[in-house]
Design a protein around this ligand. Structure first.
Ligand code: AMP
Ligand code: MG
Length: 390
């Protein structure tokens, strides 16, 4: 059995980046850039007015003749004289030798002339050409996450296509004779199947949508057969249940018989000990414990960073926070613990019910507090590390 840190480095080593694809900018939300993007143009492409008002050559003079109008989208080669101004609007081209725009609220105007009642500083209200970015300047470094703002910025530079890392295709295989789909009547001895929908939701938080769910009974032949196809078609396979040591746990055997290489099995932690991690070609397999809280814990600790690695993220792990513990805690298990807890700006409180079979506490927790396997005593007020999940 290996320690958590070892398991994490094995999964990091094996979660290689996905191949690169070209993608239309409007479809790129949530992808990670695989290239450095340079701006093809200056932005703004010309000197723009930042206000509705009047453009003029700054001087001591307060009175100007209005000789032209510059609306957004217009362009003219007009050259102003010292006593002349141009009526101008936000985003419009500023005439070549004008250096300042006075906002319209600060003038008294008639059709032909203006009197500036509050003189702006020279160069006020003019956005310079290339003020935001110059041609050939770096718009984005590689490994940047494409957010709505990034999409907007790329579009305003006229860029329509970028290179990103493909998103991995993820499938979930759920095992268990006892499982019934929520919404159906619950026969005696059965429970509702909750891991698939929970894992799908967790995947959505990192931009993996429409994950296909497959289901099999606790049966070696059926598990083997299902896995054969799933392994061929996916970059990442998550399996729920059937990976422990019970007589009806067939997942490990089915994986090995399908040519999946075992990279580790069982981790010295609680919850989430019976987990298998393996690979077949480029496809990674995480066989997660069936107990719902174990399953989700291991998703956050192992699956989440591995998928983010494959997607090209530069920061793959949940950020580690440090807080003061609200009450003492003893760990005599010799295992690394991931405890459901609630943190605020300064402190963290370990929640009461920590069963791996129950999600009630997980559902209100906002973090997992990490107790390393070799730490026996945590003192009240001592600093502890936690993984935020909110
Ligand atoms: P297993 O890992 O298959 O031994 O399952 C461990 C526990 O988790 C058992 O109590 C199962 O009934 C439960 N369990 C397994 N899979 C699921 C699932 N998909 N949804 C909810 N509970 C599950
Ligand atoms: Mg089972």
């Amino acid at each position: 059995m290996i320690q958590v840190d070892e398991a994490l480095s094995i999964s990091a080593e094996n979660s290689t980046k996905m191949p690169i694809q070209k993608i239309q900018v409007h479809k790129a939300l949530g992808y990670i850039l695989a290239e450095t993007v340079y701006s093809p143009i200056a932005m703004p492409p010309f000197r723009q007015s930042a206000m509705d008002g009047y453009a003029f050559i700054h001087s001591e003079r307060h009175q100007y003749d209005v000789v032209d109008i510059s609306q957004a989208g217009d362009h003219s080669n007009i050259k102003l004289n010292e006593n002349e101004a141009v009526r101008i609007f936000t985003g419009a081209f500023v005439p070549h030798n004008a250096d300042t725009v006075v906002m319209q609220e600060h003038v008294m105007a008639n059709e032909k002339s203006i009197l500036i009642t509050r003189m702006p500083a020279q160069f006020a209200n003019v956005r310079n050409k290339g003020e935001q970015i110059g041609p050939e300047d770096v718009a984005f470094e590689a490994n940047t996450l494409i957010t709505p703002a990034a999409i907007g910025f790329l579009a305003c530079l006229g860029i329509t296509e970028i290179e990103v890392f493909k998103k991995p295709k993820v499938a979930i295989l759920v095992t268990g004779n006892e499982l019934v789909k929520p919404g159906k009547k619950l026969p005696k001895g059965k429970i509702y199947e909750s891991n698939s929908i929970m894992l799908q939701a967790a995947l959505e938080t990192i931009g993996i949508k429409k994950t296909k769910v497959h289901k099999v009974k606790d049966n070696l032949k059926a598990t083997k057969k299902a896995l054969k196809e799933i392994l061929k078609e996916n970059d990442i396979v998550l399996i729920s249940g059937g990976i422990s040591v019970g007589d009806y746990d067939f997942v490990k055997e089915a994986l090995l018989e399908n040519g999946v290489e075992e990279l580790f099995y069982k981790i010295n932690q609680k919850p989430g000990k019976p987990m298998f991690f393996g690979a077949k070609n480029e496809t990674l397999v995480f066989a997660l414990p069936g107990n719902p809280a174990s399953s989700l814990t291991n998703f956050y600790v192992y699956v989440y960073p591995a998928i983010k690695n494959r997607m090209g993220f530069s920061d793959t792990h949940l950020p580690k926070l440090v807080r003061k513990l609200n009450s003492g805690f003893t760990n005599t298990s010799g295992k690394t613990l991931f405890l459901k807890a609630l943190y605020d700006e300064t402190h963290v409180t370990i929640l009461d019910s920590q069963s791996s079979a129950m999600l009630n506490t997980f559902a209100i927790a906002n973090c997992l507090l990490i107790v390393p396997h070799d730490v026996e005593m945590l003192k009240k007020g001592g600093l502890v590390k936690l993984l935020p999940i909110d």
